[in-house]
Every structure is written in C-alpha cells, then in structure tokens.
Design a protein around this ligand. Structure first.
Ligand SMILES: [Zn+2]
Length: 63
C-alpha cells in the first residue's frame, strides 16, 4: 500500500469532506477454513476531485 497521493490543486492541503460510509469485505483462507473480515470505512472527497478511504463516521444520530 504505497499509493502516492496527488497534491491538492485548490489548497495547500486536501480538505476532506465525508461522503458516506462504506463496507469493505475481505475473505481470507486459512487451515481452519475461510473467514470474512468486514471493516467499516468512510469515503471522503476533496473539492479538487481526490478521494480517499478513511475512518468511518456514525451517521445515525442519537435521538
Ligand atoms: Zn484536494
């Protein structure tokens, strides 16, 4: 995982805006069978068009 990130064209730094939560599933196979790992992440975007996956955020608001 060494993807190089493009520098922001609008600001010195990307301004990440939360878009939505995403669910990533990863299947791994071991001697005891297969396992599925589910991770909850958040998708972010910048006004310049860059996107990234970061921490998920809770969308449900406590009433
Ligand atoms: Zn940017």
């Amino acid at each position: 995982m060494s993807a190089k990130q493009k520098p922001c064209t609008l600001a010195p730094k990307h301004k990440w805006e939360f878009v939505r939560n995403v669910t990533l599933t990863k299947a791994s196979y071991g001697p005891s069978g297969s396992r599925v790992h589910i991770s909850y992440r958040g998708q972010y975007k910048c006004a310049c068009g860059e996107k990234r996956i970061g921490q998920s955020q809770r969308t449900e608001e406590a009433a």
